[in-house]
Design a protein around this ligand. Structure first.
Ligand code: ADP
Ligand code: MG
Length: 697
């Protein structure tokens, strides 16, 4: 086995490979395309394609595919082989520039939310040179964006790239105002910390709920859950260790910088964090990471659960989205600097994010709204559905001093004049972390913690980039028109902070008192479910903002609204049907069988004599018979709601019905069955319990 540096990125057509294999001129043009988003002409594309194909074939690839992210949430690929007939009857392996640049998968079976009705079903994929091509199994995967011929985005990458461009444009305006002209491009970076559960595959296969829905729909609390917190950062078990080792290797070969791994709070829960990368690349890498996590698990007799809430009563899984903005000259714009100007610039970018999160709370919330994530955000778990930001004590003190024109203790006790005075050196605060905050400043980046573990990070980052771009636009408009830049800069930071400080909260984010304060006193939004959050996408202020930056067209927004709601409805519908099925075919029969055997036993005992005690059997048979009837009725209710749901026909109406009727009926069915589980002999219970699953690896 070779060493990590030797095999790292061995399956990636990255800069090193390009430099070695492309003619100097082609390499330089391609680099420009990658770094500055310039277009590449077809001649150069031919040359790149040829080199890419030769490299891929040498590395065992036989096929290529345009790899893209349709609105299903997973990635899609359609494989074509490289072979082409040669005149001598043999074949040559070939990839043309045209094949590299553009593909035409059949778009008709991907969700398009009404776009299909208005536009042609046909769509095309377009090479995204900013994300390197890689080899998976025997296939060269070319990262692409997916659009309809009418130009409407049918994927998550296209609007993500657009949002990065929007942020770039606005951030450059701000930098120019600060006299910085050498910066050519501002990019956003993301490091997504991925949480997941591992369960034993044999046990998994015995549970229809896990197979069909990715989460347990039934299950009584085990005697031991996560209360001892003995799992967090605990020693990793050998089987899990072996899994993590192989996972790391597979990820490293693909150039994914898997860095940290540890156990999480819940039993059987773990986390993997990569080193951050440009948002676009980080998004591709996270999609690949999720795919490979699942694949490697199979090899170890495990199943990797990426669902946001696989187990009730146990912490769910999220994906902390660490986000920052940086320049092509290597500066982190969320890092406090050395000079007064740098510090004022830092504070301006900081308040821009505060303004963005406050004004577009709804967009950030709906960007992470899925049926699975509702179980985390809408329930009593961190983070809550209410957006708020944590800045840390030191920064809060600086901003408070600016707000009130009062002396800041660190600044030699005089009032601060931003842009002129030196700010005290901020030390990077990593100790005083607020783990319950949905949007926390952690020294030189923001950590958005609401993203669900199974979701693509694209949607969240589209909305973060868009909201921040809009805030920067407004700030730049204001500053560009200012007679005295320093004067206006100081006032603007102050005004912006005052206008949006309601979003800042440093306390416990899942305290009921906070939710009350947030909604009643501060007027923040509490959008608990997908059905509550999604309609905000089509609010005028949001449509105007997103279209004005060219991130979405109005048609695209409508289609995404439909797709996301449809997804919610369909997911819950499958869960409801799975529950009814498990109750009818497995749980209720098990309860009845156990009760029957008890009754039979009691009858035999009574045959011995009337003085033989049957207290245990009598009590339990009565109780179980009663629960069996309740469960039967509850299953009927669930089935009825699905029938009603199917007759509705309008997706908005359906989503509300799911929230108000289907989910509560499912909860009722679960409650009876979970109670029955605690009363039924283990040998009768039809599938592995929470205890088996959580402690079985
Ligand atoms: P933790 O939050 O667990 O203390 P770190 O702060 O080291 O861990 O990093 C968590 C994630 O944030 C990692 O994926 C890391 O690469 C990423 N990260 C670190 N710095 C930045 C940055 N400037 N921009 C975006 N992500 C970053
Ligand atoms: Mg973190």
């Amino acid at each position: 086995m070779s060493t990590v540096p030797e095999f790292f990125a061995s399956k990636v057509f990255d800069d090193k490979v390009m430099r070695a294999r492309l003619p100097e001129k082609v390499y330089r043009s391609l680099r420009k395309t990658i770094d500055n988003g310039e277009t590449l002409d077809l001649n150069l594309a031919n040359s790149v394609a040829e080199a890419m194909c030769a490299w891929a074939v040498e590395n065992g690839a036989t096929h290529f595919t345009h790899w893209f992210q349709p609105l299903t949430g997973i990635t899609a690929e359609k494989h074509d082989s490289f072979i082409n007939p040669a005149p001598d009857g043999r074949v040559i392996m070939e990839l043309t520039g045209k094949e590299l640049i553009k593909g035409e998968p059949d778009a008709s079976s991907f969700p398009s939310g009404g776009l299909r009705a208005t536009f042609e079903a046909r769509g095309y994929t377009a090479w995204d040179p900013s994300s390197y091509a890689f080899i998976k199994e025997k296939t060269l995967c070319i990262p692409t964006a997916f659009c309809s011929y009418g130009g409407e985005a049918l994927d998550k990458k296209t609007p993500l790239l657009r949002s990065m461009d929007a942020l770039n444009r606005q951030a450059l305006r701000i930098l120019k105002l600060f006299g910085n002209t050498e910066v050519k491009r501002v990019v956003t970076n993301v490091g997504p910390e991925q949480e997941y559960f591992l369960v034993d595959r044999e046990m998994y296969l015995k549970r229809k709920d896990l197979i069909y829905t990715g989460r347990t729909l039934f299950g009584a609390k085990p005697p031991k859950g996560q209360e001892l917190e003995d799992h967090y950062f605990g020693a990793i078990k050998p089987r899990v260790q072996a899994y993590m080792e192989e996972l790391n290797e597979e990820l490293w070969k693909l150039g994914i910088l898997a860095k940290t791994e540890h156990n999480e709070v819940a039993p059987a829960q773990h986390e993997l964090a990569p080193i951050y990368a440009t948002t676009n690349v980080a998004t591709d890498h996270n999609q690949l990471t999720m795919e490979i996590m699942k694949k490697v698990a199979r090899k170890h007799g495990l199943v990797c659960l990426l669902h946001e809430k696989p187990f009730a009563g146990v912490n769910g899984s999220g994906k902390h989205n660490n986000w920052s903005m940086s320049t092509d000259t290597g500066e982190n714009l969320l890092s406090p600097g050395e000079t007064p100007y740098e510090n004022a610039r830092f504070l301006l970018f900081l308040v821009a994010v505060v303004k963005a999160v406050d004004e577009y709370q709804d967009l950030l919330r709906l960007a992470v709204a899925t049926a699975g994530n509702d179980h985390r955000l809408g329930a009593n778990e961190a983070p809550p559905a209410v957006l708020s930001m944590f800045l840390g004590d030191e920064l809060a003190a600086v901003l408070d001093a600016v707000e009130t024109d009062s002396p800041y203790a660190g600044a030699e006790r005089k009032t601060l004049k931003l842009g002129v005075d030196s700010l005290p050196r901020f030390t990077r605060d990593t100790t005083d972390r607020n783990r319950t905050s949905p949007f926390a400043f952690t020294g030189n980046k923001f950590e958005f913690r609401m993203v669900g573990s199974s979701d693509s990070i694209a949607c969240a980052n589209i909305m973060i980039n868009a909201s921040v771009a809009e805030a920067l636009r407004q700030l730049a408009d204001d500053l560009e028109g200012a007679a005295d830049f320093d004067e206006r800069l100081h006032a603007l930071i102050k005004e912006t902070y005052i206008a949006h400080k309601r979003i800042i909260f440093n306390g416990n984010g899942y305290d009921d008192a906070w939710i009350k304060e947030a909604t009643e006193q501060r007027g923040l939004l509490n959008l608990r479910t997908v059905a509550d959050a999604l309609p905000r996408l089509l609010e005028q202020k949001n449509v105007e903002m997103l279209t004005s930056h060219g991130i979405f067209s109005e048609t695209e927004l409508k289609s995404r609204y439909e797709i996301q709601l449809e997804n919610y409805v369909r997911t819950v519908r499958i869960e409801a049907l799975t529950m009814a099925d498990m109750a009818r075919k497995e749980i209720i029969p098990a309860m009845a069988a156990f009760a029957a055997s008890l009754a039979e036993g009691a009858a035999k005992k009574l045959a011995v004599g009337t003085d033989v005690g049957c207290r245990y059997e009598t009590k339990l048979v009565k109780k179980l018979s009663c629960l069996t009837d309740t469960a039967d009725a509850a299953a009927e209710e669930v089935e009825k709601t699905v029938t009603t749901l199917d007759a509705l026909g309008d997706v908005t109406e359906e989503s509300r019905f799911v929230r108000d009727e289907v989910l509560p009926k499912m909860a009722a069915l679960r409650a009876v069955c979970d109670e029955a589980e605690t009363l039924t002999a283990a040998s009768y219970w039809p599938f592995p319990t929470y205890g088996d699953l959580l402690f079985g690896v």
